[in-house]
Structure formats: structure tokens, C-alpha cells
Design a protein around this ligand. Sequence first.
Ligand code: SF4
Length: 341
Amino acid sequence: MDIKKIAAWLEETGQPKFRLRQITDAVYKRGAASFEEITALPEPLRNALKEKFRVLSIEPETILESRTGNAVKGLFRLKDKHKMESVLLNLFPGKWSVCVSTQVGCPVQCVFCATGRRGLQRNLSPDEIVSQYVFWANYLKIYRPGEKIGGLVYMGMGEPFLNYESTAESLRTLTDPGFIGLGDRHISVSTVGHVPGIRRFAKDFPQINLAVSLHAVEDELRSRLVPLNDKYPLAQISKALQDYIYATKRKVFIEYVMLGGVNDSQSAARRLSEWLRGVAAPKSFTVNLIPYNSTAHDFKSPGKERVEAFSSLLLTLNISCTVRKSLGADIIGACGQLAGK
Ligand code: SF4
């Protein structure tokens, strides 16, 4: 729902100011799926809104639930017929997280990522991002009554800071108590190391969690895995994170996709620990290890033992560390698998 366009149209057509609040409350807080359902509005207004606008800017094409029931992937059609994916994940009993996309495809082209292989088709608009949350909130109401969305992660298709304006506007709608009102700390935005984006984000959203996908701490290897590293090498990322931590006093989440035989050795764990210590005190970080999910590329999974050894070593070195459960691998909805088709 494009709030700005609806607000402008309501004003143009001489509607009282409170109409916008009636619409946003009905859609964002009570889950109205169509303008017809907003019975507080006069019927002619409902009909006119229906003619001109859409409650959701995305339309589900396929919804796939994982066998374990803890991940649901949606493939959505956009109004220009592009397609993108968004995932609902059950990390804790009764509590769900939405993994939202910010772009159709992604220009960064990380070598292990199915989204990257598509390249960039286009950026998503703020309402296309917010619609992903609204869709999944309504989905839970119907299929899992009583269960709620506890968090939102910007880790789907795309690099959020390469679509900064839409990302920022969607964050404002999601956190504004007058609209959706999610707590800042329930939202995480993940970047692959877009340095200007990290710096803007520190100023604009100091209370929203920042996650940085690192994957390697040597420029040569990292540039092979994440081509954006050529533009923003590790020294620049390190400085941006130092400034971020100093300014916000917040912890940074480090995402680390473990690729078998590439970055999963004990010496890689040691180097990661040293690199983090060079940025800030170890308590400033939590490392999330993400064992690689096959996307038909040349990489292989690191195997359970290597993941455990890597994580134990980080913990011994006083780096807080978790291993991400692989949810949704059977529906190609796990990390790095979203391809939008
Ligand atoms: S991992 Fe993230 S930044 Fe890299 S290509 Fe995939 S979606 Fe883009």
C-alpha cells in the first residue's frame, strides 16, 4: 500500500485527515486484506480506493511450506510482472521472523548465492518491502492463529544499502507506532559491507540491529566470494564498523557463510577472531555461522564437525557465536537460495 500516494489522493479529493489513519490502522494493525473490509469508510470511498490502489503491492504466486513446518516461502508477483521471494521462518516456538527482500535479484553477485546469479532486475519500492511483512502477518492469522511475527530481517534478495531510500522508508513505516510499530531491536538489516550505507544507517537507525556478511577476512578471498569487496575492502569495512560501534554503542552481528574447504578451517576461525579484535572488543560482536546450503554451485557444505570445531574455537577465543539452523532448505528458501522463480 503506497501510503504517500493514498495520502496525496485523499487530500486532493477533499477527504478529512483522519481517513488515512482509518486506512493504515485497518491494514497494518487489524489485517484488512481489501478496502471493502474497511467498513469504517463510506462505501463510495471504499469503491474509489479499490479502483485506484492496492492494499498489498505484491501478489502471491506460490506459497511453499517446508516439511518440518518451520519455514514458508512465498514467490510474489509485482505489478510490472517481476517476481521476488520472501520467507517466513519459525526460529522459536510460536515466534516467527520474516526475511524480507529489498531488490529483485541483486547486483552484488556473491558467488555462492542464487539471488546474485540473477543480477539486478530492479529495486523494490518501500511499499513492496512493507507488503511482505503485512502479507506474512495475515498469513499467520489464517494458518497459525495465535502465533505472531517477533522479528524481521532484511536478508532476502538484494543488498539493502544499494536500495537505501526504500529500505529506510520501509523501516520508518515498520517502526512508526502510528503505522506498524515494531520495536527497533526486533529488526535487523544485513549488508554485505556497503560502507556508505553502514555510515548512513548508524545516523538514521542507531537502534535497529546491523548485520554484516563477512565470510572471509582476507581481501583476496573475500573479493572472490563477494565482488563488492573490491570497492569496499576490509580495511574500509573495519573503520566503518569501528565508527558505528563508537557512535551507537551497539553490538554488530557478523554473518559468516561456511563453505566447505574454503573458509571453514581452524586457522580461518583464528583469523576471524583476530580481525574482529582489530575492529573492537570481542563483546561488540556475535558471529552467526551459516553452513552453506547447496544452490547447485561448485561449493560444498562444510559438514557438521567442521562447523562445530569452528564455533567451539571462536567461543574459546571469547567471540560469541551461534550456528544458524538451516530452515527451509527443502523449499529452496534457506539463506543464499532465493532465486525468485
Ligand atoms: S548474498 Fe546478499 S549481497 Fe550477495 S548476491 Fe546474494 S543477495 Fe546479493
